[in-house]
Design a binder for this molecule. Structure first.
Ligand SMILES: [Zn+2]
Length: 96
């Protein structure tokens, strides 16, 4: 099976930083190459813009898991204190 990761043959159709050089007919032909029955099995179609290299290579990788865990544990403890005596242990809906 062949995949089509780009929105057009040149790959720049939805890129705000580059000009797409494809003719509309080329784009239509390119997209028709993905078969209808295959597309019917895909429920969600997303256009995902490329991430600039500078962002990908950034040292910052987000908040550390330990910091997130500490925040969640502190929040849960505050909630347990607040709900003490109410026979409720958590106000969130779902799995605990
Ligand atoms: Zn293009």
């Amino acid at each position: 099976m062949q995949s089509y990761p780009n929105p057009c043959p040149c790959g720049y159709l939805s890129d705000p930083r580059h000009q797409c050089s494809c003719a509309p007919g080329h784009i239509q032909r390119y997209r028709r190459r993905v078969s209808g029955p295959l597309l019917d099995r895909i429920d969600i179609h997303l256009e995902v813009p490329d991430v600039p290299y500078k962002e990908l290579s950034s040292e910052y990788s987000g908040e550390k898991s330990l910091d997130i865990r500490t925040r969640v544990v502190n929040t849960r403890n505050r909630q347990l204190t607040r709900l003490k005596g109410d026979r409720i242990y958590c106000t969130s809906y779902g799995y605990h």
